[in-house]
Design a protein around this ligand. Structure first.
Ligand code: HEC
Length: 118
């Protein structure tokens, strides 16, 4: 039984490893600068504004609505990883902007910067 338990632990470690390695390869939150926010903003205004940056646009209240970026930023537990993950998934309800990983990072940084605005 003890042997079975340690085998389980080993399996857990092995399964865990690729996940950790993947997260490390992913975006890092270090070195976010005001310039990143500005570049992300420029991209968002060009590519996403018609759907996500309407004046006063808030959280979606029905399934067919689109959330404003500030509402997306204010969601509990929202993170850079969460937003980049959404964009990487190329969601079918959004145009495929063929963003590079850098662009996803910059836009997500910009979106999160809206969190503290009213
Ligand atoms: C043609 C309209 C359209 C454009 C342009 C668009 N989106 Fe969206 N986006 C949507 C819709 C619709 C949803 C809501 C999907 C849902 O809730 O089912 C959404 C949802 C999102 C969400 C929230 C996901 C969540 O967790 O609920 C994020 C983040 C997002 N879009 C980012 C972007 C970014 C970044 C761009 C520009 C690069 C962009 N979108 C361009 C239509 C658009």
């Amino acid at each position: 039984m003890a042997r079975f338990a340690s085998l389980l632990a080993l399996v857990a470690v092995l399964l865990g490893m690729p996940v950790v390695a993947c997260a490390a390869d992913d975006v890092t939150t270090n070195d976010v600068t005001a310039d990143d926010v500005a570049r992300g903003k420029a991209l968002a205004e060009r590519l996403c504004a018609t759907c996500h940056l309407g004046p006063g646009q808030g959280e979606k209240r029905s399934p067919s609505e689109i959330p404003g970026f500030r509402a997306v930023a204010k969601r509990p537990g929202q993170s850079l990883h969460g937003i980049v993950g959404w964009l990487k998934g190329v969601p079918p309800m959004m145009p495929n902007h063929r963003l590079t990983q850098d662009e996803m990072f910059l836009i997500a940084t910009y979106i999160l910067s809206l969190k503290d605005e009213d």
